[in-house]
Design a protein around this ligand. Structure first.
Ligand code: 4AD
Ligand code: MG
Length: 477
């Protein structure tokens, strides 16, 4: 018999139809009612078994977490809480579960507890909802770019250059850790390593994406990136997924327009396609919020917040304007910021970003034209000699969600920036070639996928929006 997805059955009104389902037991009540979930939807299917026809020893094996195959007739439900139920005729137990030891009991568990059980937490309603939303968001990302004629490029994960300077990198080597070959100075000889040079896991696919944009026009990457920063925060992972569009003939304004349209488009898709899951996450967030002090509570519910982003323009201001706002702000004057704002050129900390977004403007903010000394070498210099065509998008509750820029397309200017920063020009020969042969103004940005999932699902900790998070001292699964 063809096995149906519970999601499909719950929507069906074909009563008296014979169906098969398979999934995991959420609860088993009164030796009669199995609440079954197969991951396809938030809602479980109520399955009613006829006690008399089953042996007691068999019934005992139907416990939370057990995997079952059920066949029966779909009928209108007698009970409240669901419209449809399965009158079970046949049960097969695929895998037993030990009710004493199964960690996912039918009760509320803390997110911290569930992080320790990352291999089973997907059986909870909240994680299943988050991961379904994550999957739908990935699809929405591809849909947006594909419909716009962008090409998906797969940039390398193992890279030979640390050109980006975005953070500490993880080394990739096949040398023996205890007995590596040494050169005549006694230093590890990477010429003898697998690739004949030092290699690392990539921090960004941008430089390679630029190469492809200057041939395919408009491209995007969507892949894993790695940073060995020791940042133990609710917004940092050592392994995270980034979406990096890169477009030939785009200036900074085109770049900002695309980023804003892109974010609004994927949010619109999610509201349309994941409404049930979002409703569940909305309720969860509201409950969590109620345990917080009043002034830390969110003024909006989750779905309301997403709609607010879709319906309102992002506020665009230059770094210099932001600096003035922050310098004259109450918390700065009252010395409430951990990092006081008193000099142009300071790097914004998350407390400053959040002040701008959550207190001053109350909407997403795009900051542009940052001081060159706090941004990467490849960003296009402005004529003022001190700022670059960078842009960051700051989101409520998240802080920086997007980082991007117009790229420096002028060979001499780029060469000078590289030299000024003591970056090895030799390493970047191919990147400079892009400015030697048919260089054009071009731009791009990177959006941290998990930060987007955090925003959409309302999960406070980034560890709860990726299946198996990689953070300092943590790669248990
Ligand atoms: O601002 P970042 O470092 O920019 C780049 O890597 C550029 N090469 C992107 C580009 O222009 N193509 O990172 C981009 C975004 C950040 O805004 C943030 O959302 C996310 O990536 N991000 C992280 N997310 C989770 N954990 C981390 N450790 C992250 N570091 C950056
Ligand atoms: Mg950044």
């Amino acid at each position: 018999m063809k096995v149906a997805k519970i999601k499909t059955l719950l929507k069906s009104s074909k009563f008296n139809q014979v169906s098969a389902v398979q999934g995991w037991v959420k609860t088993f009540r009164a030796n009669r009612f199995i609440s079954l979930n197969d991951g396809s939807s938030l809602e479980n299917l109520q399955c009613v078994v006829d006690f008399d026809s089953l042996e007691e020893s068999f019934i005992k094996r139907i416990t939370s977490g057990a995997a079952l195959h059920l066949e029966g007739t779909l009928v209108k439900s007698q009970g409240s809480g669901q419209t449809i139920e399965l009158q079970v005729k046949k049960i097969k137990i695929y895998g037993d579960s030990d009710p004493e030891k199964y960690p996912i009991q039918p009760k509320k568990h803390s997110l911290e507890f569930l992080r320790e059980k990352a291999h089973l937490r997907i059986r909870t309603s909240t994680f299943a909802a988050v991961m379904r939303v994550r999957s739908a968001l990935s699809f929405a990302v591809h849909k947006f770019f594909q419909e716009k004629g962008f090409f998906y490029v797969n940039t390398p994960i193992i890279t030979g250059s640390d050109a980006e300077g975005a953070g500490e990198m993880f080394r990739v080597t096949s040398l023996h850790p205890k007995n590596p070959p040494l050169d005549n100075k006694g230093v590890v000889d990477y010429k003898k390593d697998f690739f004949g040079k030092e290699t690392n896991l990539t921090v960004s696919g941008q430089l390679e994406a630029e190469s492809y944009a200057l041939g395919l026009g408009e491209v995007y990457t969507f892949g894993p990136t790695f940073r060995a920063e020791n940042s133990n925060t609710t917004r940092h992972l050592a392994e995270f997924w980034m979406i990096e569009p890169e477009m030939a003939f785009y200036d900074l304004k085109d770049n900002m327009n695309l980023a804003e349209r892109f974010i609004k488009s994927v949010l619109t898709d999610i509201i349309k396609n994941c409404f049930e899951d979002l409703k569940h996450l909305d309720v969860r967030l509201t409950k969590e919020d109620q345990s917080k002090p009043k002034d830390e509570r969110s003024p909006m519910g989750l779905i309301e917040k997403i709609n607010f982003i879709i319906d309102n323009d992002f506020k665009r201001i230059s770094y210099t304007e932001a600096y003035q706002i922050l310098r004259n702000s109450k918390p700065n004057k009252k010395k409430k910021f951990k990092f006081p704002v008193n000099e142009w050129g300071f790097d914004l900390q998350s407390e400053h970003e959040r002040y701008l977004v959550e207190k001053h403007f109350n909407c997403p903010v795009i900051l542009f034209d940052y001081p060159s000394n706090i941004k990467a070498f490849y960003m296009r210099r402005n004529d003022d000699g001190k700022t670059v065509r960078a842009m960051d998008i700051l989101f409520p509750g998240i802080g920086e969600i997007v980082g991007g820029s117009q790229r420096e397309e002028r060979l001499e200017v780029l060469e000078k920036c590289i030299k000024d920063l003591n970056i090895d020009v030799e390493e970047l020969w191919w990147y400079l070639d892009l400015r030697r042969f048919g260089s054009v103004p071009h731009s791009g940005f990177g959006l941290g996928f998990e930060r987007l999932v955090q925003f959409v699902t309302g999960m406070n900790n980034i560890r709860d929006v990726i299946p198996f998070p990689r953070t300092p001292q943590n790669a248990a699964f």
